[in-house]
Design a protein around this ligand. Structure first.
Ligand code: FAD
Ligand code: NAP
Length: 596
């Protein structure tokens, strides 16, 4: 029978002492507790502090501690399960050297100071930084092949199957549009212009190959040991590394960082894993995908659909509910509308129920059956390729976390961490896409990884700031944003507190080809009761990513509408629109651009 009541609390207290070399039972407001924490920090010793005033059963734990140690007060300090006492006794033990002796006597020697599992954006940044700070570091990276056997080199999602190939294929599409515009600017060419998938793929893959090589060299230069092996915890400080030939090796470390990222989710309908591809396969596909169905309506789906259509393919997107969930819906709708006018077809409120192969080939022919999310209507159509982009699953379920007690959020597989990226097991940290409730973006993973290494080994206390992180969706017309969506701002601050400035605009470069007027859009959301501070920045237009980056820096500095108005624009650019925005949404004023 599991222990109950008092007995259960006693086992919990014992477990905390066993799990944590330095265990401090503390209260968050207690200055004596702060002093002992500062002492261990100054000794470079990690501690775990349980703040009894913040626990529901804190009083009962304090009573159990009294029964166990005869000490009523906090801090109540244990080192390697030995009871040290309160603040005075801990400071005394430090002065007379007995504390250090105890710490030293139990110092176990490990193979590495730090092992990082996952050599993607976050893992590489963190491991190189830790090594630069003098630590002995190992990084493990292993790519489990996709169901159709695609695999890739060192560097993780961004470099191999994410940001880099995606942006380069987006560029291929942007160039296609530029070609169309160029005739109006005097370029004359006789021949039919075609796009060659194989050439694009090969050149992009060659570039990625050079990046993979660069990462290996950088790890070697920084003295980080790299193992192309799958890491899995087999003990609190021990991992098993299995290479692609199945050879197992074991390594120990004082600390661990989990940076294993995510992999695409499948639909779980008949035929999906056999016949569909995901973004993990698309960028290195050896043949042109042909007529393509993209399933999903978020970042990955819309970006891939956008560039596939931009290079001339027949593309349909099957949308279950809305575009770009979580983003400003007015902007998302406009990004979708632009795609539609540029040839992307949308089947809204439908989900696939089966995928059947009609003919094998490169590409072959597939039959997709789908059903309405709103009724009994069933539709079917034929495609050469089905790209599933319905979200991503965290790689946290097969790495032995349960063996060492790292808690995950069972509903989504993500790892909850405190504001120092520490998991429920004090010597195990996590960064990047696998974090619960954080943004899944490369620069976020890199920043978190670097700052974590500096805090662990460089005496820094800088934490990753996950607020006002800018991002851009590289749909054919890019959508950049920073801060709150209109929906979220209204939910948090209330409509009456906000002033929203908006306008359509027409890039000068588009006037001569005479295309797409009144499709680009700018919006800033200001908080009236906080000096008209800009709390949401949104731009839909060419190079929105480049525009958004600078305004994100301004928002970090506390940008207000007044400061925007005081800023002198750069003419003629798209970004200058933000220095002259006058029409508020509440006024209902006309925002269309005249001309043409
Ligand atoms: P990853 O980069 O995924 O790295 C994790 C690594 O760990 C992988 O190499 C994985 O194979 C390895 N691994 C997993 N399990 C183990 C194990 N047990 N042992 C050893 N190795 C393991 N972000 C942007 O900022 N801008 C963009 O434009 C952008 N575009 C994207 C486009 C696509 C199609 C996708 C899918 C993502 C895009 N992202 C973009 C998101 C970005 O790629 C991720 O946020 C980023 O790569 C996360 O970094 P990470 O270190 O958490 O994980
Ligand atoms: P996502 O944001 O989780 O979106 C999943 C999409 O799939 C949603 O549109 C969802 O529709 C749909 N969907 C889910 N299950 C479905 C089903 N069974 N049938 C049909 N549709 C289904 O996933 P993502 O696009 O893969 O992006 C993952 C993360 O990668 C993002 O959060 C982002 O941070 C990062 N990323 C960044 C960039 C960039 O910076 N430019 C680019 C790509 C990815 P509902 O809305 O109905 O749920």
């Amino acid at each position: 029978m599991p222990p109950t009541g008092r007995e259960a609390l006693r086992s919990r207290v014992q477990e905390l002492q066993e799990k944590n070399p330095v265990m401090i039972f503390s209260k968050s407001y207690c200055p004596y507790c702060d002093r002992v924490k500062e002492l261990f920090t100054s000794l470079g010793k990690e501690y775990f502090a349980l703040e009894l005033d913040l626990c529901d059963d804190g009083n009962s734990i304090q009573e159990v501690l009294y029964e166990m140690t005869g000490q009523k007060t906090v801090p109540n300090v244990f080192v390697y399960k030995s009871h040290i006492g309160g603040c005075d006794k801990t400071l005394l033990a430090h002065q007379n050297g007995s504390l250090q002796k105890l710490l030293d006597s139990n110092t176990v020697s490990y193979d590495y100071d730090l092992i990082v599992i996952g050599g993607g954006s976050g893992g590489l940044a963190c491991s190189k930084e830790a090594s630069s700070l003098g630590k002995k570091v190992m990084v493990l990276d292993f790519v489990v092949p996709t169901p159709i056997g695609t695999t890739w080199g060192l560097g993780g999602t961004c470099v191999n199957v994410g940001c880099i190939p995606k942006k380069l294929m987006h560029q291929a599409a942007v160039l296609g549009q530029a070609l169309k515009d160029s005739r109006k600017f005097g370029w004359e060419y006789e021949e039919q212009v075609n796009h060659n998938w194989e050439t694009m793929r090969e050149n992009i893959q060659n570039y990625i190959g050079s990046l993979n090589w660069g990462y290996r060299v950088a790890l070697r230069d920084k003295n980080v040991r790299y193992e192309n092996a799958y890491g899995e915890f087999v003990g609190p400080h021990k991992i098993k590394a299995t290479n692609k030939r199945g050879k197992e090796s074991f390594f120990t470390a004082e600390k661990f960082i989990i940076a294993t990222g995510e992999r695409p989710r499948y639909l779980d309908v008949p035929g999906d894993k056999e016949f569909c591809i995901t973004s993990d396969d698309l960028f290195s596909l050896s043949y042109c995908p042909g007529k393509t169905l993209v399933v999903g309506a978020s970042y990955v789906a819309l970006e891939c659909a956008g560039f596939l259509a931009g290079i001339g393919l027949d593309v349909t997107v099957m949308v279950r509910s809305i575009f770009l969930r979580g983003f400003d819906q007015e902007m998302a709708e406009k990004a979708g509308a632009y795609m539609e006018t540029h040839g992307v077809k949308f089947i809204k409120k439908f989900v696939p129920t089966s995928v059947e192969q009609l003919e094998a080939g490169t590409p072959g022919r597939l039959k997709v059956v789908a059903k309405s999310t709103e009724g009994d209507i069933v539709i079917e159509d034929e495609y050469n390729t089905v790209l599933v982009a319905v979200g991503r699953d965290s790689c946290t379920r097969n790495i032995g976390l349960e063996k060492i007690g790292v808690k995950i959020n069972e509903s989504n597989g993500k790892i909850p961490v405190n504001d120092e990226e520490q998991t429920s097991v004090p010597h195990v940290y996590a960064i990047g896409d696998i974090l619960d409730g954080k943004l899944e973006l490369t620069p976020v993973a890199i920043q978190a990884g670097r700052l974590l290494a500096r805090r662990l080994y460089g005496g820094s206390d800088a934490k990753c700031d996950y607020v006002n992180v800018p991002t851009t969706v590289f749909t054919p017309m890019e959508y950049g944003c920073c801060g709150y969506s209109e929906e979220k701002a209204i939910e948090i601050f209330g409509e009456e507190t906000l002033e929203i400035y908006h306008t359509l605009f027409w890039p000068l470069e588009w006037t001569v080809p005479s295309r797409d007027n009144n499709t680009c859009f700018a919006k800033v959301i200001c908080n009236k009761i906080d000096f008209d501070r800009v709390i949401g920045f949104h731009v839909l237009g060419p190079n929105a990513g480049e525009i958004t980056q600078g305004f994100a820096a301004a928002m970090k500095c506390g940008l207000t509408k007044e400061k925007l108005d005081e800023t002198i624009g750069i003419h003629p650019t798209c970004a200058e629109i933000f220095t002259t925005m006058e029409v508020t949404k509440s006024s209902g004023g006309d925002i269309t651009q005249k001309g043409c």
